[in-house]
Design a binder for this molecule. Sequence first.
Ligand code: BGC
Length: 736
Amino acid sequence: MATAYELALEKVKNGTKPEVVAAELVDSMTLEEKVHCLDGAVPFWIGIKDITTGGYHSRPFRAAKVERLGIPGFHFSDGPRGVVVGEATAFPVSMARGATFDPELETRVGDAIGKELRTIGADLYGGICVNLLRHPAWGRAQETYGEDPHHVGEMGAGLTRGAQRHVMATLKHFALNSMENARFGVDVTVDERTLHEVYLPHFKRIVDEGVACVMTAYNSVNGHWCSQSEELLAEILRGEWGFTGFVISDWIFGVRDGVKSLQAGLDVEMPYRMIRNAPIVAALAEGLITEKLVASAVTRTIATMLKFNIGKLSVRDRSVVLCKEHLILSQEVAEKSMVLLKNESVGGATLLPLELKPGSKIAMFGRLAAARNIGDGGSSDVMAPNVVTPLIGVGEHFSNCEVVYEPGANLEEQARLAKQSDVAIVVVGYTKEEEGEFIGDSEDTVDMVKQIPRQDDPVLASEYEKYMRENHHYAPDELRIKSRNGTFSIGGDRESIRLLDADVQMIRAVAKVQPRTIVVIVAGSAVVMSEWINEVPAVVMGWYSGINGGRALANILSGAVNPSGRLPFVIPHDESHLPFFDRNAKKITYDYWHGQWKLDRDGNEAMFPFGFGCSYTQFLVSSPTIETNEVVKFRCEVSNTGSRDGATVVQVYAGRNDSLLERPKRRLVAFKRVELRAGETKHVECTASLQSLATRDTKTHSWFIEDGLWNFEIAQFSGDPKALPIELSISKRIDL
Ligand code: BGC
């Protein structure tokens, strides 16, 4: 016999609105069943035991299941670079994918991850992370796409489109979660224009794309914890943007005040029954909140599940995991993501692509050349087997050459090998130890532990409390999350955005004796390079590049693939050109200015601007036109004037010379990646929405487009001297 939930699905299929059907279903639930849907299915202590003994990588997190009515609940699993449960295909990290400037490619990544998620029974994907890169020291920079709201929004929308072909997706972390060590305690102060014009447009873009679920951030904004912020959840997300999906909290210790969180519109506390169950039950008993309030939260969750056919999604065979198609896709993405930053002539020709005679000697240096180093060790950790390191990739590709390797401990040996070789490749940067999600001690959660009911496992609870009293630890060592890869790393924000001293010394030692030295950087975002960059002719941003990253790197170095990645952030000459960053801040103000916008405002030239990347060929943009109606259309011709096939990214920047308002000198409003054969010319069209030109009116809390002369540039990077100017005159302020 069909369950009540199955009948509800039928009704939705037959055209009744999911909200209406869900409300009926919720009506038939007991109060206890409704309350049960407000948090993760497992009591805290049991959950914590599970997650700390490998559970994180073993099974999805479940919530909102009501057996009596056949409601299957949802099953959540991360994350941005691939599925975290069991073995899975590791894609290059999101920041690398941001460098492709290719939302359609990102849709293919989402599609692949969505398919792999369906092999582990997950139906809610946790990987749409789009917090803005305000400062490159942010430990989780690698999980987002970059510093620019338009670009981040388009990339995140691409991933959402692909993943939601198979599962529901979660947009996170709402909002202003752009620092890591302090995430549990920091309060971010932000004014209305900055909030809406800088830190939220990309969230709105993905809500418009139809994302099913939003995850709140740990931090607070303007004095209110995100999980209980009326402003963020009720006014902006649901009120202004019309979001109809459901809202979940960030994981352990993501909710402070259970009742307030429910009142603000947080539907499910994840991942366990933690902070809010007891106070909600008490508030209901005392009549401080109504059953209707509970029902409306549950209705939102169940309506979304019905809309996405949860419980009836096809389960995929494990053969899709790590299948050939996904491995090839991961490599394609890695190839399109790598950014050639510098490529000077050595002995009359650019050092790259490498032209090596059979029998040539390639020297590779650095601990990272031979390391399995595909990203952080926090919630986005993917257990990919057989990762192709740079050393393996180069060795395979240049099989007719001799490849020698020194990890980096012995500078003299390095110099000796470098001198004897035809070319040196130095792989430098970071690992999950230097940057990543912070899974360490945080004094900010000590008080929260006290709110967790102890009855689930009193012995473990009291042991835990004793430990907390004595050690001020976030979790006892013996409870540190273990995965098959070893121990979850502590990660956190970078201590410095320079390379480690040992890496700098290694670059110097090698470059001093070997003029043909290539530096490959493995990092999740910008690295300040001023102290060594003039000593080497070639630099490649290689990122955490996924399961086949080493092969992609070899193809880029050899020229089998022409580099086409573009920086999704600025690289400054000096860290002082970036905004203030204190990884232990309790309070911080995010103003309008970060990244390329800040450098432009302060008159600081970038070492490598936003959108920049070299190629082995050249491109020419010509014949720009502009047309406006519902949207703004930019058209131009793009030619590959060199002798190799390649790809460039046409980027349209908006600016105002005569604005009465403070605004960026150049703001990205549209972009398009274009592939061109040698000698080929293509007609390219890029579309900007009117909203991308809009300013927030802080008096009326609405949007308008400023009148006057708009100066657009059709460019290949921000500040491109060859950019083509094109103007648009708006005679009268437009209210949107
Ligand atoms: C992270 C989230 C993640 C969640 C579940 C949290 O610690 O902040 O991004 O989705 O864990 O893995």
